[in-house]
Design a protein. Structure first.
Length: 34
C-alpha cells in the first residue's frame, strides 16, 4: 500500500500540528520551512 504524500509549507504552530497529525495518520510528510 502506498502512503499518501503531503507537503506542508510553513513550520509555524499550524504547519507543525498539521504535519504531525498527517504523519500519525500514516502519510509521508515533508515539512518545508525557511
Amino acid at each position: 500500500m502506498n502512503a499518501t504524500r503531503i507537503a506542508v509549507i510553513g513550520a509555524g504552530a499550524w504547519g507543525i500540528a498539521l504535519a504531525v497529525q498527517a504523519a500519525r495518520a500514516g502519510a509521508r510528510v515533508h515539512l518545508w520551512a525557511r
